[in-house]
Design a protein around this ligand. Structure first.
Ligand code: ZN
Length: 470
């Protein structure tokens, strides 16, 4: 496609997105906030801690709410205790479907750490407290409300809107996204998908930017196995496997893997620079400058480890095992490396390089066998979907959108691998709230009520701009 044509489409979309906001009949938001809160609290009160998951009651709730509204819905399950819920509102078929999805399971809790019981969904001081409040029952409630409103307003659509409430996102994908993609892909096949993985960041009371996740790193764990002769601890050996493993771990940890960038991360740092202090901006703009790169990398490794990881395939030694009694030199010991591959990384080459870095024939690198997350390509940041999200962010939050590569994995990798362009979105979160221990997977979890309602309106506008008939 030529630049001119791209520009023409961009301008056209801008106008269309603008008119879509203006013309579409808007729901009566005041009444909807109460209904949103009711569904949100109901969903938070199901204990869907994974493991064991047990998402069935939450799935049944969703099914009933959708059916009551007259929306076609079905549950699909590999295990009856862990169903996935799929619903569809039909469009004219002029465009391919839009999938909106969220997961029903949550990570485990330590109830002692909670001021309010973790499945009470207590409202206090403008917040709702519960496990799942920002991961991912906020998205779940928003997707549900969008479906109900689409049906109620009977909005003519150019494409089907598909709702997916998936189980097992927190570590048991075989029940959720992997099962859906392998066994029921036609039921969720879409051009675009909106899911978790983004947010709007506010710091010191000022809304700074929105993150829309467009790609993610791929977990590729490795084991380091060191071997040597066993022996009596009273006679130290140069071949001691623990010594060899320790040295290998130290070398691997100090190794700076090659710097990598893609469209998402390049744009992320460019746009972040425009929002940053002059010193920070100089670093974000200087990443590829050969004279400054080394010092900038060093700074990131020390002070901005997430940015350091976003620029490469990362290696973190997180488990080490070896030895069973004080007077025995063990013959085999191992360490586990959490390796997160940059999209497109050639892992065979990386392992060869790691072997050279370790430079010790006593240490073997062993890749994990069995099921692996697909190495999905990044989603586009110059298409209709991303531009609609940018425009909708600007309308609701008045800030710039940063396309983001998450260092952690999400279920979107399975969909991107099948050709769906996926975008991770999320509500406004105060930066300080994470530090206070109220973020996703933290000791406690909470969301601002106002942020939830704003997110529902944002979600609605994004879906309408992408799917409403023109
Ligand atoms: Zn999640």
């Amino acid at each position: 496609m030529t630049k001119h044509r791209l520009l023409a489409i961009g301008l056209g979309l801008g106008i269309l997105a603008g008119s879509a906001f203006a013309q579409t009949k808007q729901p009566d938001w005041s009444g909807i906030e109460e209904e949103t809160m009711q569904h949100f609290q109901a969903l938070l009160r199901f204990d869907t801690s994974d493991p064991p998951g047990h998402e069935a009651p939450a799935a049944e709730y969703l099914k009933q709410v959708l059916e009551r509204e007259g929306i076609a819905v079905e549950t699909l399950a590999m295990d009856a205790r862990r169903p996935n819920v799929v619903a569809r509102i039909k469009g004219s078929g002029r465009k391919r479907p839009l999938l909106i999805m969220a997961h029903t399971d949550v990570v485990n809790v330590d109830p002692k750490k909670w001021r309010f019981p973790p499945f009470s969904a207590t409202r206090d001081g403008g917040y709702v407290y519960a496990r799942g409040a920002v991961d991912d029952k906020d998205n779940l409630a928003a997707c549900l409300m969008v479906m109900l409103l689409l049906k109620r307003l009977n909005l003519p659509l150019d494409r089907d809107v598909i709702f997916l409430a998936e189980s097992g996102e927190e570590g048991s994908v075989e029940y959720g996204i992997a099962y859906m993609v392998e066994k029921h892909f036609p039921k969720i096949e879409a051009e675009y998908a909106l899911a978790e993985g983004g947010s709007v960041t506010r710091k010191g009371g000022k809304t700074l930017f929105a993150s829309v996740q467009t790609t993610e790193k791929i977990p590729r764990p490795l084991r380091l196995v060191a071997r040597g002769p066993a022996g009596h601890g009273s006679v130290p050996l140069r071949t001691n496997a623990i010594v060899h493993l320790s040295q290998a771990v130290a070398k691997v940890a100090a190794w700076q893997t090659p710097l990598r960038m893609n469209d998402t991360t390049r744009t992320y740092f460019e746009r972040l620079a425009t929002l940053s202090s002059p010193e920070d901006a100089a670093r974000y703009n200087g990443i590829l400058n050969p004279e400054k790169a080394a010092a900038i990398q060093e700074y990131f490794a020390e002070h901005e480890p997430r940015h350091y990881s976003m620029l490469r395939t990362s290696v973190s030694p997180n488990m080490i095992q070896g030895g069973y009694r004080i007077n025995v030199i063990p013959s085999e010991v191992e360490a586990r490396l959490d390796v997160r591959a940059f999209p497109g990384e050639d892992m065979d080459r990386l392992i060869d390089e790691m072997q050279r870095v370790i430079n010790d024939p006593a240490v073997e690198i062993v890749p994990r066998e069995g099921s692996r997350r697909p190495p999905a390509p990044p989603s586009a940041i110059d298409n209709e979907a991303f531009r609609v999200l940018e425009a909708t962010v600007r309308k609701h939050y008045g800030v710039v959108t940063l396309p983001t590569m998450s260092t952690g994995a999400t279920d979107m990798s399975y969909l991107r691998d099948k050709g769906i362009q996926c975008y991770g979105i999320g509500p406004l979160i105060d930066f300080e709230d994470g530090q206070l221990g109220f973020g996703a997977h933290s000791d406690q979890e909470r969301i601002l009520e106002s942020a939830l309602h704003q997110f529902v309106r944002f979600h609605w506008d994004a879906v309408v701009a992408l799917a409403a008939a023109r």
